[in-house]
Design a protein around this ligand. Structure first.
Ligand code: AHR
Length: 662
């Protein structure tokens, strides 16, 4: 069914069903009971889900520009082109010091004989090119060892026309058996989205090289070797309550050898063992053979990022099970100890005293103060009795040591069906703190499920809507779009999450980032290329909820019923203790303008106007893009208050947020 028709049909059906009280509804006010709080909204309510998918980390938020800097990809020279004139075998060879360095065994050996410009160069193509900015400083570095000094190494940035737009030269000054680091910085004379890095050599001798790297100066907080600031800024602007990390299926791995292991992501980057990214080969229709995890963005950087932007960290750990869509490999329960120990050690790494074993590691990395980790997920999309059996072991060990620590538990891949039902019973029977539900569904599902949590038990496990996104086509389809239809249906559903904040304590859209030239999965919240980034329609919905969070849910009704589809309206309301405001969110999912009176019961001395923020377009197919990043974006104005009433005109297909000082 086409999307305009979908809404017309559902509106018509709603109208028919409620024919007897249509007239009454039109006369009715939307009634908000300001002084009747029904639930607290957790500070964590709206967060973000980060996974290294779609070049989210390497080639994305991690600002390293050189691909395969350590020659550890399966093909050691993938991403590099060696050019030698005249050709002579063996000028660049790949060697392996496996015995002495298990984490980063390979390096290259460059043998030179009177080399001059044009003899021998190595060009790195970057991650779908390199995004380079005019007048910005770039830091070129590498590790090396050589028997004698004298070789000069030149680094050049070249644009798509093969012109040099920035260059530097350096002569490594050390000699001997030890590996050393050499750095040189230079500025770019031009902006280029598909630049490459060419290195050429001058002199005679042999030099071993590894960790050949190029970073821009303008990383987030200007941290050397840091993250892409524009991408983080989009996250920071959302003021997320938490960051879920590192996924996602990446937690599980194709098999257990490829699972995510946080301990391997700490310390100097040259010691972080590279791992194939599961999204390298997951989808035959979107193969990405050059997708590996360098872990330059590792667990320390993750905790630091969460702290930077005021979000609670929510790490997800492997529970002794590999992806059940792939190998489904299991750790026998009597061999689960190292996995459980990883979880306990992570808590110590985050929170332990700087003298504790893992607190010391954190402190040595530059953060003596604890990160104050309060929760953790055990398993990603795992299911079956094998999951519950393993979860119980984690639960016993973690709660035994840290009784207040909260555990997020998996309800599998889908929000209904046998797997979900049996897990839901099992998890509640072991008094799971928080159950993680995932919904990758059509927009219709989101509209139809705005009341999903209205009857969930209040005093049992809390719910985490840990991964969700409306699919304009279907899950895993390459035709999915981040259009206004997906976003408005998520907004409608999210009013249901907010109304049920007494049981839903967290929610996050997924996935978060996608590179336009390197994605595997769509839709995604934020799209980037090498220089630009923009928030989708869905991003602005998330941002509006998150930045208008409030602290207490208050009732908003139409004809004494929650507003979850009557006349295609969806609404929630809350008060914010900190700012002393009432915040009302209303989605009009119909093609017609609707006029409603908001009756603010219990209000005293309201001012004359409130703030109105509208996200709207008449076109359900509308999308944001690199050229029109704000095509669908919030517009702010004021709205008049008359006594205790507000006349609200809801535009067709609109999401409105109203803030009133109370
Ligand atoms: O968000 C993309 C994937 O969807 C996640 O990795 C996984 O948890 C889910 O199936």
């Amino acid at each position: 069914m086409n999307i305009q028709k979908f809404f017309t049909v559902s509106l018509f059906a709603t109208a028919l069903l409620s024919h007897s009280f249509v007239h009454a509804q039109k006369k009715s006010d939307l009634v908000v009971k300001i002084n009747t709080p029904v639930a607290d909204i957790q500070p964590t309510m709206w967060g973000v889900f980060f996974e290294d998918i779609n070049l989210g980390a390497d080639g994305g938020i991690y600002a390293e520009l050189v691909k395969n800097r350590s020659f550890e990809f399966f093909k050691p020279l993938m991403g590099w082109k060696v050019d030698q004139q005249p050709f002579k075998e063996g000028a660049v060879t790949v060697l392996n010091r496996q015995g002495s360095n298990l984490a980063n065994p390979r390096f290259i050996r460059v043998s030179l004989n009177n080399a001059v410009k044009g003899n021998l160069s190595m060009t790195n193509e970057g991650f779908r090119g390199m995004g380079i900015k005019k007048d910005l400083r770039y830091d070129f570095s590498f590790m090396y060892r050589q028997a004698a000094t004298g070789i000069i190494i030149h680094a050049e940035l070249i644009n798509a026309k093969n012109e040099i737009i920035g260059s530097a030269a350096t002569s490594p000054a050390g000699a001997g058996e030890d590996w050393k680091k050499q750095s040189v910085s230079f500025h770019s004379a031009a902006t280029e989205s598909k630049a490459q890095l060419r290195i050429w050599f001058e002199g005679t001798g042999v030099i071993d090289m590894d960790m050949i790297s190029l970073f821009p100066e303008d990383t987030w907080k200007k941290r050397p070797g840091g993250m892409r600031a524009d991408m983080i800024q989009l996250l920071a602007d959302m003021k997320p309550g938490f960051i879920r990390f590192p996924g996602g299926c990446i937690v599980e791995g194709f098999d257990l050898s490829q699972r995510y292991q946080w301990k391997k992501t700490l310390g100097p980057v040259e010691d972080r063992q590279l791992l194939i990214n599961r999204w390298n080969f997951e989808f035959a229709h979107r193969p990405t053979p050059d997708y590996f995890q360098t872990f330059g963005l590792g667990f320390f950087e993750y905790f630091q990022l969460a702290e930077d932007i005021g979000a609670e960290p929510l790490p997800i750990l492997n529970c002794g099970m590999a992806c059940q869509f792939n190998s489904a490999e299991l750790v026998p329960v009597d061999k689960l100890d190292p996995y459980v120990q990883d979880a306990l050690d992570l808590i110590e790494f985050a929170n332990g005293d700087a003298n504790s074993t893992w607190g010391k590691v954190r402190s040595a990395m530059g953060h003596p103060a604890p990160f104050n980790l309060k929760m953790m997920g055990v398993g990603n999309e795992n299911w079956g009795p094998q999951y519950v059996e393993r979860l119980k072991i984690f639960q016993k060990a973690i709660k035994g040591k840290y009784p207040e620590f909260k555990l997020v538990t998996s309800s599998g891949t889908d929000p209904n069906g046998d797997r979900f039902d049996s897990l839901n019973v099992a998890l509640r029977s072991i008094k799971a703190d928080i159950i993680d539900e995932h919904y990758y569904r059509k927009p219709e599902w989101f509209l139809a499920n705005a009341k999903r949590y209205d009857n969930y038990p209040r005093n049992e496990s809390k719910i985490f809507g840990g991964e969700y996104a409306a699919q304009s086509d279907k899950t895993v389809s390459i035709d999915n779009k981040n259009n206004w239809l997906t976003a408005i249906s998520e907004a409608a559903f999210m009013t249901g999450l907010e109304r049920n904040a007494g049981v839903v304590s967290m929610a996050s859209y997924a996935p978060l980032f996608a590179h336009i030239d390197g994605w595997q999965w769509t839709p995604d919240l934020i799209w980037v290329d090498n220089l630009r980034s923009y928030g989708t329609t869905d991003y602005y919905v998330q941002k509006l909820f998150s930045t208008n969070k409030g602290s207490k849910v208050v009732p908003i009704t139409l004809n004494n019923e929650v507003i979850a589809g009557q006349d295609s309206l969806y609404a929630s309301a809350c008060t914010d203790i900190a700012t002393n405001e009432l915040i009302i969110k209303i989605v009009n999912a119909s093609a017609k303008e609707q006029s409603n009176t908001l009756s603010l019961d219990g209000a005293k001395n309201l001012g004359k106007e409130g703030k109105l923020i509208i996200l709207q377009t008449n076109d359900l197919n509308a999308v944001n893009s690199f050229d029109q990043p704000n095509f669908v974006s919030p517009k702010e104005s004021t709205i008049a208050i008359k006594g205790k009433k507000i006349n609200l005109i809801s535009q067709p297909y609109s999401f409105s947020v109203i803030r009133v000082k109370i």
